[in-house]
Design a binder for this molecule. Structure first.
Ligand SMILES: Nc1ncnc2c1ncn2[C@@H]1O[C@H](COP(=O)(O)OP(=O)(O)OP(=O)(O)O)[C@@H](O)[C@H]1O
Ligand SMILES: [Mg+2]
Length: 325
C-alpha cells in the first residue's frame, strides 16, 4: 500500500460528527465508501485494505489503542497505517452476524465461538466484554473477526453481562444462545441469568416510578413532614441537636484520650435514672436539664440542672445540655 497516496486521499475526505446520527461525509477522493457510523466512514483502498476516516482525533486514538491491544490475536483487522484522523486496516471479507443469522441457524458451535471471542476480549484487557452482532464478521473459513472496537476501552460504565450481544440477537436467538451457554457452563449461565433478571426488575421498577401520579407523591411527602405537628417537630429537633452534640462531644473525648463509649454508658444510665425520678418526684411539666458543662477548670463534665436549683433561682450552668421532662 502506498502510504503517500493514502494520505493524499484521506486529506480529500472530510468527516463530521453529528449528535445522535451517523457522520456527515464530504468525499473528494477517488476512494469508494463502504460504510459509515457515528464515529467514522470507511473507504476501500484496494482488495485487501480499507481506511476508516474519523470525525475526531480522540475516537481515532481510542480505536487504534483498542486494536493494538488485540494485535497478537487473529480476531481483529491488522493495522497498516495510522494518522491523526485515519486508520488503514485489513478489509474484512466476510458476512456480518446480523446478515448471517437472517438465513443461517445459531449453532452450538457458533455460540461457542462467540464465548471464545468474549474470553479473548477479557484476556487482552478490554473493559467492555461485549459486542454488537453487526460488528462481528464470519469469514468463509468459519473464523470470526471483529471491527469497530473503540468502545471496548476508556469507558465510564460497563455492564456485568454481554447485554449488547445478547439483546442484538433478538428474542429467539437470545434463548438459543443462552441454552448453549447453559450447556457450556452452568455457572456462567446462572450469573448472566441473574443479571438479566435484575435488569428486568429494574425496568419494571422504573416503569412503576414513572407512572406514579404526582398526587400520590405529594401525599407521601406530606407524611414525612414533621413540622406540621408541633410536638413531633420539637422532639425531632431535640433528637437532631442531641445527635450533633453527641458527635462533637465524642470528638472532644477522643482528643482528650478518653473512651467516649464508657462515658456514654454512664450518661445513659444516669439519664434513665433521671427520667424515672423525674416522673416520680419532680412533676411532669417541670423542665429538667442534663448536659455537658464546662466546670471552673474549663473541663467538661456531666451535670444536671432543674428541680431544686431552679426553684432556688440558681443560674443554669453554661454548656451544652438538653431538656428532660
Ligand atoms: N475492516 C473492515 N472491513 C470491512 N468493512 C468494514 C471494516 N471496518 C468497517 N467496515 C464497514 O464500515 C461500517 C462502518 O464502520 P464502523 O462500524 O467501524 O463505524 P463506526 O462509525 O465506528 O460505527 P458506530 O456508529 O457503530 O461506532 C461497518 O458497519 C462495516 O460495514
Ligand atoms: Mg464505532
Amino acid at each position: 500500500m502506498d502510504k503517500q497516496y493514502l494520505k493524499q486521499c484521506v486529506n480529500k475526505i472530510k468527516v463530521t460528527n453529528l449528535p445522535y446520527a451517523d457522520v456527515e461525509v464530504e468525499n473528494h477522493s477517488p476512494l469508494k465508501m463502504i460504510g459509515k457510523g457515528r464515529q467514522g466512514a470507511v473507504f476501500k483502498v484496494n482488495d485487501d485494505i480499507c481506511v476508516k476516516v474519523f470525525g475526531n482525533e480522540e475516537d481515532c486514538e481510542r480505536e487504534y489503542y483498542a486494536l493494538s491491544l488485540g494485535k497478537h490475536t487473529d480476531l481483529f483487522p491488522m493495522v497498516h497505517d495510522k494518522g491523526p484522523l485515519h486508520i488503514a486496516m485489513d478489509f474484512i471479507k466476510g458476512v456480518d452476524l446480523r446478515e448471517y443469522l437472517q438465513s443461517q441457524p445459531l449453532t452450538e458451535e457458533l455460540s461457542f465461538k462467540l464465548i471464545q471471542l468474549l474470553i479473548t476480549f477479557k484476556e487482552i484487557g478490554y473493559e467492555r466484554i461485549d459486542h454488537h452482532k453487526r460488528q462481528i464478521f464470519i469469514l468463509p473459513n468459519g473464523h470470526l473477526k471483529v471491527i469497530d472496537v473503540a468502545r471496548t476501552v476508556w469507558r465510564d460504565r460497563v455492564y456485568p453481562y454481554p447485554r449488547k450481544l445478547i439483546n442484538s440477537l433478538g428474542e429467539e436467538y437470545k434463548k438459543t444462545f443462552l441454552s448453549h451457554v447453559q450447556k457450556l457452563s452452568a455457572d456462567l449461565y446462572a450469573e448472566w441469568s441473574h443479571y438479566i433478571e435484575m435488569e428486568k426488575l429494574s425496568r419494571h421498577i422504573t416503569k412503576k416510578l414513572l407512572t406514579q401520579s404526582s398526587d400520590k407523591n405529594s401525599l407521601l411527602i406530606e407524611s414525612l413532614l414533621n413540622s406540621k405537628v408541633e410536638k413531633e417537630y420539637r422532639k425531632r429537633l431535640e433528637d437532631l441537636v442531641y445527635k450533633v452534640f453527641k458527635d462533637e462531644w465524642v470528638k472532644v473525648m477522643l482528643a482528650k484520650g478518653v473512651n467516649p463509649d464508657v462515658i456514654m454508658d454512664k450518661i445513659e444510665e444516669k439519664m434513665e435514672k433521671l427520667q424515672v425520678d423525674n416522673g416520680k418526684a419532680k412533676g411532669k411539666d417541670e423542665d429538667h436539664y442534663i448536659g455537658f458543662y464546662k466546670n471552673s477548670q474549663s473541663k467538661y463534665e456531666t451535670a444536671e440542672y432543674g428541680g431544686a436549683q431552679k426553684r432556688k433561682n440558681q443560674p443554669r450552668p453554661r454548656g451544652r445540655s438538653f431538656i428532660i421532662r
